[in-house]
Design a protein around this ligand. Structure first.
Ligand code: FAD
Length: 464
């Protein structure tokens, strides 16, 4: 590779394995600290669109493949491939404009969920961001985007109106429903198999719900299946404005003593409502109050802000952990899923792990298909987020994670491309799409990246 040629073509820094800062550059901003032994031939820290164009054209001319690093949050590390050029968008951090009157915004991809809401909420606006504070719009929106307030706002991608992207030919284009529509269709759901580099998102914004309230209930672990069954039965009649989640997590400090016999595990249920008046919020949450099993502890309809939601969510996904994730969709009762995994809980090697199921509420669940690559919808979404801290615990946690995911497989109706292991389980990839959408996505990829400039979902994981 003519590295001098690449350096001459790009304003941003270019690194190869010879550079002292190479490993730090390719590993530094990866969320999951379980880092595989794969590395590109060169990294371009693009400064602007021209750098992205130059790097793509250089790769194409040199017969090298391209992979993109957005925020580095994808659990299974698809941004690390053997060889090729890694184009890192870490410098694309601006919120370019917010049009309050027309409820529109344009952002670069590396803006976090927290920073998006922080900029919008004081203006009375919001966007269907993801749940954890640090995750960036970049790959979140490309995967479809499992958002806060999912049954009212829909997925994040449903609120994307246009994208600006660099194609495999190294051309900067805009794509929307009326312009380069095939790119627009694919960019909303293709995730790590998208055949372009998104440099800007044009967002449709929503009014900030004026009354966001949350209830929390803690139950004994043994009661989790019955609670799951109850929630599954209630869900179609619960307001779509309620986001309902059943967790199996470690007890908060005040309850830890009571669940010592369960190694600290208990069942937590959270219900967050996005409404416009406190009365409407309380009415929507009231349905969970007459619980069939008395909770160990509970709180009802506490007023919340996005900041507080991010703090709460962030506390379950701590920074710096080693992780394995395989979230799935299911139309089975949450009670059945929880019952299936309960026997494995006593063997959990790490107390940092979280098991959760989002139970979609309202009469229109599963959601209807939208005109975009993002495909799967079901009554329930979730699975194990297995997290631990030390390399010496990799094997035990990996083995436990495999047991849980194998146990859940018979209940599964599909995967979410943004939170499944597309690297080690490539057969999960087509299962993230309906057969028709998968076929269309593959055809568009062949059409718009005929030379296969971009690494496909399953390329570059075997060293050749
Ligand atoms: C703590 C945590 C919480 C999460 N919570 C949620 C959640 O609530 N909802 C949800 O939907 N997801 C959630 N996710 C998953 C997350 O949205 C996806 O893994 C997503 O891929 C992360 O985006 P990224 O830009 O960091 O991806 P990266 O790891 O940087 O990139 C992954 C792949 O995406 C592609 N890519 C990324 N950016 C671009 C771009 N600009 N142009 C072209 N291709 C690009 C590339 O192919 C790349 O290989 C969470 C992840 C974490 C770690």
């Amino acid at each position: 590779m003519n590295i001098d040629g690449l350096r001459a073509a790009c304003k941003g820094e270019v690194f190869t394995a010879e550079d002292e800062r190479f490993l730090d550059t390719i590993h530094g901003n990866l969320w999951n600290r379980l880092i595989p032994d794969r590395a590109p031939q060169a990294v371009v820290k693009a400064l602007d669109e021209d750098d992205v164009i130059a790097a793509v054209r250089f790769a194409r001319a040199s017969g090298l493949k391209v992979v993109v690093r957005g925020g580095g949050h994808n659990w299974c590390q698809p941004t690390l491939r053997h060889g090729g050029i890694l184009i890192d968008l870490a410098n694309f951090t601006d919120i370019i404009s917010i049009d309050t009157d027309n409820r529109r915004a344009i952002i670069q991809p590396i803006v976090s969920n927290r920073d998006i809401q922080k900029a919008l909420n004081p203006l009375g606006l919001a966007f269907p961001t993801g749940h954890c504070p640090q995750v960036k719009a970049s790959g979140y929106l490309l995967g479809g985007g499992m958002a806060w307030n999912p049954t009212v706002w829909g997925s994040g991608a449903e609120s994307v109106e246009a994208i600006e992207l660099v194609t495999a030919r190294g051309e900067l284009i805009t794509a929307s429903a009326t312009e380069n529509a095939e790119f627009f269709w694919a960019a909303r759901g293709a995730g790590s198999g998208f055949f372009g580099i998104v440099t800007k998102y044009h967002l449709k914004l929503h009014p900030l719900p004026k009354a966001m309230h949350g209830s929390t209930y803690y139950y004994r672990l043994a009661d989790a299946p019955a609670i799951g069954t109850w929630l599954g039965t209630l869900a179609p009649g619960i307001s779509p404005a309620v986001e309902l989640t059943q967790f199996i997590v470690q007890a908060p400090p005040e309850l830890r003593g009571q669940v010592a016999a369960e190694n600290g595990w208990l069942c937590m249920v959270t219900a967050t409502v996005f409404e416009d008046t406190p009365d409407a919020a309380k009415t929507a949450l009231q349905v969970l109050e007459p619980s069939p099993i008395p909770p160990m502890s509970s709180s009802f309809a506490t007023p919340l802000t996005f900041e507080q939601l991010f703090d709460a969510s962030g506390s379950f996904w701590p920074e710096g952990a080693r992780s394995r994730v395989e979230a799935t969709y299911s139309d089975h009762s949450p009670g059945e899923l929880v019952q299936a995994i309960l026997p494995l809980l006593p063997d959990a090697p790490s107390a940092t792990s979280v098991f959760l199921l989002t139970i979609f509420c309202g009469p229109d669940v599963p959601a209807a298909q939208k005109d975009m690559a993002y495909s799967v919808s079901a009554k329930v979404y979730g699975g194990p987020w297995t997290m631990w801290w030390k390399a010496e615990d990799d094997e035990a946690n990996t083995e436990w994670h495999r047991r849980i995911t194998t146990t859940l497989r018979p209940y599964n109706t599909g995967y979410y491309i943004g939170e499944t292991n597309t690297v080690e389980q490539p057969t999960n990839v087509p299962q993230a799409f309906t057969p028709e959408k998968w076929e269309r996505l593959c055809a568009l990829k062949r059409k718009h990246d005929p030379e296969r400039v971009f690494f496909d979902y399953d390329d570059g994981f075997v060293d050749q």
